[in-house]
Design a protein around this ligand. Sequence first.
Ligand SMILES: Nc1nc2c(ncn2[C@@H]2O[C@H](COP(=O)(O)OP(=O)(O)OP(=O)(O)O)[C@@H](O)[C@H]2O)c(=O)[nH]1
Ligand SMILES: [Mg+2]
Length: 336
Amino acid sequence: MFIDQASIRIKAGNGGDGVISFRREKFIPKGGPDGGDGGRGGDIIALGDENVNTLLDYRYQRLIKADNGKQGGGARKTGASGDPAVLRLPLGTEIFEVKEDGKRVKLADVTKHGEEIVIAKGGGGGKGNINFTNSVNQAPRKATPGKLTHEIQLELVLKLMADVGLVGFPNAGKSTLLSVLSSARPKIANYEFTTLEPMLGVVKVGEYQSFVMADIPGIIEGAHMGKGLGLQFLKHIQRTSVLLFLIDVHTENPIDAYRTLRAELHLYDTFMDKKPYLIAVSKIDTLTEEEQETLLPELKELFRRELGEEVVAISAIGQQNIDELKYRLYRILKEG
Ligand SMILES: Nc1nc2c(ncn2[C@@H]2O[C@H](COP(=O)(O)OP(=O)(O)OP(=O)(O)O)[C@@H](O)[C@H]2O)c(=O)[nH]1
Ligand SMILES: [Mg+2]
């Protein structure tokens, strides 16, 4: 199951206490102080892991604790440090602390594989009585306790990391396109809202280059008010560099369709307006040869006239202009 949001509580380890202890040795009646320091508590660490794709694990783990530091010992022994607790997170996870008043403060954004970020530090160990000896007091009966940590409420939000995000009405052929361009195998069917969760695919460009494309559920008018599957999935294309609008060639009014998609995106996040993009008309294999020669140029001209846009006409199933689309997307990506 794909889960892109989770609430958890975390608690870094407490510091171990420092101890009061005195040397006891044969023939030495009064040994000096030898109480060691407490160990540090374990940290809570976020670790980016490209093999993790969902926040599912965190749905069921409500409190994640790191180990406490151990108390110090005699003979100047420092207590053992507590083991950290490591949260393995999918790349693209944003970590927020939720304060008591409900305010959210961003703590980290996990974007790289292997990247480690300390989310909460373990408490420092207390001082043992060896630290309190001075010229006046050679036998201090003083040690300090380890530092206590407290629980923190976190919210994890996964925003997939992709270069190109697919935007279109349901049934436009988004998943089919991803399946043709990459080795991803999304569910494809001739009904609306086939795709219920986002999926990523790696698109190879030439021998050495590639980019990542994200397929998300279809968008309909009113999505910003929760219609259809709503706009919750748009967060997964929020940080893509390029948007690819896909419009079924049989759409009655393709210009309106494009404007509707734009409006919904805008209502979700005005930043979407600023992203580089490309518009493609899909399923052109369903047109007769004659229609391809008459209707397509008309459609392209319409987009030029009304919006000043150059659209690409493609067929995923018929493999028409798929390479052109790929290279154009790649060029836009490189140019930014
Ligand atoms: N003839 C033809 N059919 C296509 C093409 N691309 C997609 N289709 C068909 O259109 C239907 C919808 O395709 P999907 O890829 O599931 O569409 P989608 O945009 O992912 O749909 P949602 O996930 O519901 O938003 C399927 O029956 C596909 O076989 C194409 O290039 N040519
Ligand atoms: Mg789909």
